[in-house]
Design a protein around this ligand. Structure first.
Ligand SMILES: Cc1cc2nc3c(=O)[nH]c(=O)nc-3n(C[C@H](O)[C@H](O)[C@H](O)COP(=O)(O)O)c2cc1C
Length: 346
């Protein structure tokens, strides 16, 4: 079983993750892992925090001479901007953020006690976990990538940039739409036999756990609401060379909660960033008087970065489902199981 847990506050000492269940014998490329962290920092419209942080992961445990041992991997990313105890308290919750409900739920009187953990800074170590999973999936020819499709209603790349510039000028923010594609996934990951084994449910659950992701669709997604069945289902063909194949992929690579061998295609909608330079109405949680919401350093747009986080989430969920299907404590054992199954499909 593959599992992970993260810890760390946005302006705390560091962000850490423990990833357990990776088989022994996987070569870890730390340079490639850190390229993923760098990718998460990029994208037009990122705020000043990303200019301060130099995200570089260290591997604390679970690896010897570059190979996984099968024991838990400890992943560590230092926060350069570490001043959690010196930050002044905030009492004016930002609409769209965890601030208000977090204070009510945990009994905090300083919003920072909530936002330090609710912040998407946490995703830096999720990307580190995902990068290890990506390297595992690469061993089996599975490649995961993302692409920004829309920003604030604009699909054209240069118009997307203009929207972000407009938002920045107006002290406003942008959301958008991105896709994540996983190619090379064998048929049969996940299962229809139990609700919690459906690959679509697991991927959607993982993707919805990314802060600010508000909608997920597989393949044709909301388009299914418009068309007749005869024009949307992917007809099945067979040839000796290819085996079973489809000419279309409206299903987005998943049927019956299982990968069907076609690329997995999922689209995610991200809401505009909740922190606004020109803040919305709010209420001071100590005085209960109307006030404008707090303003923290913020990204005008983080859709591209969210795509990188989503790649990591998809990689983790696919690696987990892959290990359930092909089980094994060493990479060689997983490879044997994988090859044996792939032979039965021919
Ligand atoms: C990569 C990334 C960067 C983000 N940057 C910011 C930010 O700078 N300011 C902000 O208010 N929200 C940011 N968010 C979104 C908030 O973390 C999120 O809206 C908030 O935690 C509330 O959760 P919810 O939107 O899922 O309800 C970011 C999200 C992601 C994925």
């Amino acid at each position: 079983m593959l599992r992970f847990l993260t810890a760390g506050e946005s302006h705390g000492r560091c962000m850490v993750a423990v990833l357990e269940g990776m088989p022994a014998g996987l070569k870890i490329d730390l340079k490639a892992l850190n390229i993923e962290l760098k990718r998460r920092q990029l994208g037009y419209g990122r705020g000043d925090r990303m200019k301060i942080e130099v995200d570089n992961a260290e591997i604390l445990s679970g690896v010897k001479n570059g190979l996984t041992l099968g024991s838990p991997l400890g992943l560590y990313v230092k926060n350069v901007d570490f001043r959690i105890d010196d930050l002044i308290p905030l009492t004016k919750p930002r609409p769209g953020h965890a601030d208000l409900v977090g204070c009510l739920k945990y009994g905090h009187e300083d919003i920072r006690c909530v936002l330090e953990r609710a912040s998407a800074r946490e995703t830096v170590v999720r990307v580190a976990v995902g990068a290890v999973c990506k390297q595992f999936l690469n061993e089996f020819g599975i490649v995961v990538a993302s692409e920004v499709l829309m920003i604030c209603g604009e699909k054209n790349k240069s118009k997307m940039i203009k929207k972000i510039e407009q938002a920045k000028k107006n002290l406003d923010t942008c959301g958008g739409l991105f896709s994540v594609t996983a190619a090379g996934v064998p048929p049969g990951l996940g299962s229809y036999v139990a609700a919690d084994r459906r690959l679509s449910a697991r991927l959607a659950g993982g993707l919805m756990s990314i802060p600010a992701i508000k909608a997920i669709e597989f393949g044709l997604g909301t388009g299914y609401a418009i068309e007749f069945g005869s024009s949307v289902h992917d007809a099945i063909y067979y040839s000796k060379e290819k085996g079973y194949f489809r000419k279309t992929n409206h299903a987005g690579g998943i049927e019956g909660g299982m990968s069907n061998g076609e690329p997995i295609v999922v689209r995610c909608t991200m809401k505009p960033i909740a922190t606004l330079g020109k803040p919305l109405d709010s209420v001071d949680i100590l005085t209960k008087k109307p006030e404008k919401a707090a303003v923290e350093r913020y990204d005008t747009c983080a859709v591209q970065a969210a795509g990188v986080v989503a790649e990591s989430v998809v990689s983790y969920e696919l690696a987990a489902a892959f290990l359930e299907k092909f089980g094994g404590d060493s990479l060689n054992e997983v490879k044997r199981n994988y090859k044996g199954y792939m032979r039965t499909l021919q």
